[in-house]
Ligand binder design. Structure first.
Ligand SMILES: Cc1cc2nc3c(=O)[nH]c(=O)nc-3n(C[C@H](O)[C@H](O)[C@H](O)COP(=O)(O)OP(=O)(O)OC[C@H]3O[C@@H](n4cnc5c(N)ncnc54)[C@H](O)[C@@H]3O)c2cc1C
Length: 359
């Protein structure tokens, strides 16, 4: 049986904070659109570790003109922000096709054919415009070493209780690794932290974490192995070798070190899946291999195909795009598609207030 085409003016791919902010504007303006997400609303935030706090202040990650207020005046947690996003969906009665993954985006004449799958059901949409608000953290950055797929090895930290009384090796030296080391050490894990650089970057580590980790290392509660990287993971231990100042394996670094480990967390970052962009004919540019787009409109080199949110950055080695400086994408795309500005008050103007780089 041939499935009927589902017609819409604009298909929004992704219901993260920026995709949702755009949907609120479209709904309010009466734009004909459909929004799909491969997972749940706020899917990327949902896999943050439990109780983790945003480094961005609440007012900067608020969307759609709805205040985000925390009961303790601190940064929002994962749980708080997910509840906030659910509230936005309810308040604006957004219809989102969740758990529906976009498989391909193809331009045919002047329209796009978008293939999706939800469970066993395949759908095809025909749209005049497609907005890709798909984020930039789809897969872990793998180290490509033997043992990386063993059961006790993971690229995701969920919560610390699992590691109570266990020997835990954490690999990485940015926020995720440092925060995980602090939390797991305080939960009673014997934590070893391996980082390929000599020292943490004090400009990018959350300011409240740096003194904490330094104190734990100084007191011996966390064993810190700077300038090391694993080359093999086994059931009982990890083999580490020395690295150079640039973080590369040092051939003259001496004997490897075997670190006993019941569990290993490889917190070495995430990369963007650009396959949908490539299939659609979008050119990838620069070191981050992000989509080519016009910063005035957010339209890619494929006419009618837009990019919104952190997806615009590609795989971010150093973070440049955050929720707080992606809000302007929503206004630019709205103006480009509808010819009108969004109604006042619906878009967070944090980027203006905080003098962030224009994105
Ligand atoms: C632990 C942690 C802490 C962080 N803290 C902060 C912070 O303090 N401030 C900040 O700004 N950022 C933070 N980030 C990054 C933050 O998650 C992103 O900035 C934010 O989620 C980007 O929003 P977005 O709407 O652009 O994309 P996302 O939130 O990534 O949303 C993209 C959506 O697209 C969907 N999608 C992807 N592919 C498909 C497909 N093929 N078909 C259908 N749907 C698809 C996904 O399921 C997802 O729901 C943090 C990240 C982590 C891991």
């Amino acid at each position: 049986m041939i499935e009927p085409l589902i017609q819409t003016d604009t298909l929004i791919v992704g219901a993260g904070p920026i995709g949702l902010e755009l949907a609120v504007v479209f709904k309010t303006m009466g734009v004909d659109y459909v929004q799909v997400d491969a997972g749940q609303v706020g899917q990327t935030v949902s896999w943050y570790p439990r109780q983790v706090r945003f480094f961005s202040s609440p007012e900067r990650i608020a969307i759609a003109g709805v205040p985000l207020s925390t009961s303790d005046q601190e940064k929002a947690t994962r749980e708080h922000y997910l509840a906030y996003l659910r509230g936005i969906v309810q308040q604006f009665e957004l219809k989102i096709n969740t758990y529906e993954r976009v498989l391909s985006v193809q331009k045919q004449n002047d329209t796009f054919l978008v293939q999706t799958r939800r469970g066993g059901e395949q759908r095809t949409y025909q749209a005049n415009h497609v907005v890709m608000a798909v984020g930039d953290m789809h897969h872990p950055q793998k180290l490509q070493i033997p043992g990386e797929d063993l059961d006790h090895v993971s690229h995701y930290f969920d919560e610390p209780h699992r590691y109570f009384g266990q020997k835990l090796l954490i690999v990485g030296g940015r926020n995720s690794a440092v925060e995980t080391a602090i939390r797991c050490s305080r939960t009673g894990a014997a934590v070893t932290l391996s980082y390929r650089r000599a020292a943490f970057d004090d400009k990018s580590i959350k300011y409240w974490l740096l003194p904490e980790i330094q104190a734990l290392i100084k007191s011996g509660q966390v064993t810190y192995l700077p300038n090391t990287t694993p080359t093999r993971l086994c059931e009982t231990h990890a083999r580490l070798v020395k690295t150079t100042a640039e973080g590369e394996i040092d051939p003259s670094g001496g004997d490897p070190i075997d670190v006993p480990a019941d569990f290993v967390l490889l917190l070495t970052g995430y990369r963007m899946d650009t396959s949908l962009f490539e299939d659609a004919g979008v050119t990838l540019v620069g070191e981050n291999q992000g989509p080519e787009f016009d910063p005035a409109t957010m339209m890619t080199n494929v006419p009618g195909l837009f990019v919104a949110g952190t997806a615009a950055a590609g795989t971010q080695k150093r973070f440049r795009l955050f929720i707080e400086n992606c809000h302007p994408h929503v206004s630019k795309i709205t103006r480009s598609i509808t010819g009108q500005s969004p109604p006042p008050g619906l878009i967070n103007d944090a980027a203006k207030t905080y003098d962030l780089p224009e994105s």
